[in-house]
Write a protein that binds this ligand. Structure first.
Ligand code: AMP
Length: 394
């Protein structure tokens, strides 16, 4: 099915085609025509499914039919969990709306208020925001919501995980009653469904649960190694394999900085992003990683959310995350849009508990490797997939 059958006008179709999209993804094919008809949607869809265009394209189409508006107002509001995601969605909007006179702006915390207040003063069509800063700006009377026609909750489950529930409900309470609502979430947990009930009473439910863990184009493997040998092993692999780029996940901020230093000692240049680094620095690093200037990026889980690089060949888990779904999201950074991807996890004995959870979540064992010279002294046991804790005798 071509994009031209979805009900989008020529300026949008031209931009889409220039971006190299030939056909809509399943979520785009379903969601775009429904949103254009003004139907509220609740969609279970993950990053990588093409969900951003699924809500951005109908927004552009609907907004392009009329002109903006008063100062400090916007007509569409997209709430998203992280600054990186807010910036990325705004960049997508700019690309898709290159032939339309629509203005979008990203609002997020950790930076000065002044530029954001100034942008709002001039009037915007689309505001893409993280909940906390948006509420601050609302309290400062820098934005009014009375002209919001379209409201998007993106990555609703992550926003709830990150503790934004109060900000979100307060924002929803101040929106006009008559509006189009689009809610996207990787998982439709009980909390997300409750939030959805408050936001949209009669929405159409769509589910595009392509499980990244089962993607045949992502080659997953574990390398067992002792904890204190991980950085040496990583350097060895980088030098031997000469990977063009890799995103390396690590659990702690401190660990991220330390790993950069350890790699540097072995002559490998890497950068790290985590919540302890200044926003401007994180943005520059992300841009350099996307452009290929930085080859190895070390990131904690939250900072990596929303990193969207078209062809990311390799994800490395320096340690294994908890919960298991986080592993699935991480490996989903690679193997996008049908490309081949590789996910390697460095696993030591103290990752065993998380490994069990992950392998139970996948319902299979991930193939293991041992690298010569890095054989673990502390063996990593094999997970028991059907492990059921014994009931206590009364
Ligand atoms: P998303 O799920 O919105 O984060 O999108 C994931 C990736 O797929 C992004 O890099 C998009 O540029 C890309 N993408 C989205 N829709 C399409 C499409 N119809 N054809 C090709 N690539 C797409």
């Amino acid at each position: 099915m071509p994009f031209s059958t979805l009900g989008l006008s020529q300026p949008i179709l031209n931009a889409v085609s220039e971006l190299g999209y030939t056909a809509p993804t399943p979520i785009q094919a379903e969601a775009i025509p429904l949103a254009l008809k003004g139907k509220d949607l609740i969609a279970a869809a993950q990053t990588g499914s093409g969900k951003t265009a699924a809500f951005v394209l109908p927004i552009l189409e609907l907004l392009s039919r009329a002109q903006t508006q008063r100062k400090k107002r916007a007509r569409a509001l997209i709430l998203t969990p992280t600054r990186e995601l807010a910036i990325q969605i705004t960049q997508n909007i700019e690309a898709f709306s290159r032939y339309l006179p629509l203005k979008a702006f990203a609002i997020y915390g950790g930076v000065d208020y002044a530029p954001q207040e100034e942008a709002l003063l001039n009037g915007l069509d689309i505001v893409v925001a993280t909940p906390g800063r948006l509420r601050d700006l609302y309290t400062r009377r820098a934005i009014h919501f009375d002209e919001i026609e379209i409201f998007v909750l993106d990555e609703a489950d992550r926003m709830l995980d990150m503790g934004f529930i109060e900000d979100i409900t307060k924002i929803i309470d101040t929106l006009p009653g008559s509006r189009l609502n689009l809610l996207f979430s990787a998982t439709l947990s009980r909390q997300v469904r409750e939030l959805a009930k408050e936001t949209v009473s009669e929405a159409i439910h769509l589910s595009f649960h392509h499980d990244e863990s089962g993607k045949p184009n992502i080659d997953q493997c574990l390398i067992t190694v002792d904890k204190d040998k991980k950085s040496a092993l990583l350097s060895h692999l980088i030098q031997e394999k000469a990977w063009p780029q890799a995103l390396i996940f690590i659990e702690t901020k401190h660990g991220a900085g330390k790993l950069v230093a350890q790699l540097a000692k072995r002559g490998i240049e890497a950068e790290c992003i985590h919540s302890g680094r200044k926003q401007a620095i994180r943005e520059n690093i992300l841009a350099d990683f996307k452009s290929g200037k930085i080859k190895y990026l070390i990131s904690t889980g939250v900072s990596a959310r929303g990193i969207d690089i078209d062809v990311l060949p390799l994800v490395i888990n320096y340690d294994l995350p908890f919960p298991a779904d986080e592993y699935v999201h991480r490996i989903g950074r690679t193997g996008r849009a049908g490309a081949f991807g590789e996910a390697i996890s460095l696993v030591s004995r103290d990752d065993f508990k998380n490994l069990c959870m992950i392998e139970r979540r996948l319902d299979r064992l991930i193939p293991r490797k041992v690298i010569e010279g890095f054989e673990p002294v502390k063996e990593v046991p094999i997970s028991i997939l059907n492990f059921v804790p014994k009931k206590k005798a009364h």
